[in-house]
Design a protein around this ligand. Sequence first.
Ligand code: NAD
Length: 307
Amino acid sequence: MKILVTGGAGFIASHIVDAYIALGHDVAVVDNLSTGREENINPKASFYKLDICSEQVKELILEQKPDIINHHAAQIDVRRSVQDPAYDAKINIVASLNILEAARQVSTKHFIFSSTGGAIYGEQDYFPADEAHPLRPLSPYGVAKLSVEKYLDYYRAIYGLPYTIFRYANVYGPRQNPKGEAGVVAIFCELLSKTSTPTINGDGLQTRDYVYVADLVKANCLAIEHLDKSANQIFNIGTGIETDVNSIFQHLKHLFASEVDETHGSAKAGEQRRSVLSSALVSQVLGWRVETSLEEGLEKTVAFYKK
Ligand code: NAD
């Protein structure tokens, strides 16, 4: 199939591109390299250095008529979304509409969207959260992801554009950019590899659900393999296991054989205390399972950062 992947130079989508190419698909990558890197792009993919806000990306879709669009390009910095909600909305909402408008004009067969399970539910009422949990995003980033979910359902209803929405937990693994606000695993790996001291916000007992990138890739492959089953579904992708930041640091410290001790800074205002997702639905519908334990995933990630 002809698949267009936005954000394919970034952490998560570059792994998805590799898997789609290994499956024999014809893959085009659109990315402006704002946080992605050219060396992440599979050489067998055609690469278009374009901004998803631009007219050119629309023209590309109209010309190429991809069977599937897998949309991962985004402004991913939650703190930046708080400082500049309009900028976040421009990339995360308006540019998504740019792509959706082109998708419906060429009758794309299927649209995959990377949403967030970590930022869409807000403080959870119950643990783990399933897809039916109330949606109370606490950041403009989360609000933007929720808006695109709603737009996708509008495009399905009015234009018959089928979608799959993945609400990812906290993703970690090789190629994650340690700059900015991204993932604590990447940030700690970067600091520990330089024997610098990481600062943990608050007491470090805030929990997250850490899912290894290869497991997410599997979900993105199952979605295109079973288009009938994945159509118009919203799936959480997480492990169902809560891990606190202090434990992540201790695991990584051990793997780096580091003597460095963490320091604790002030707690971040508005930071969620606990987040953990149930992936029972995607297991039932697509047969997706968590295959990588935290220990195994962290080991692979550390091996990457050591290189
Ligand atoms: P990433 O920053 O590595 O990837 C995003 C990619 O999009 C980058 O290559 C970047 O250059 C590109 N991009 C950004 N703005 C663009 C623009 N205007 N035009 C074209 N390309 C642009 O981040 P990631 O962690 O791989 O995230 C991928 C997707 O998954 C995002 O949609 C993110 O919101 C979502 N997500 C990530 C996590 C996580 O834990 N990393 C969790 C939930 C959801």
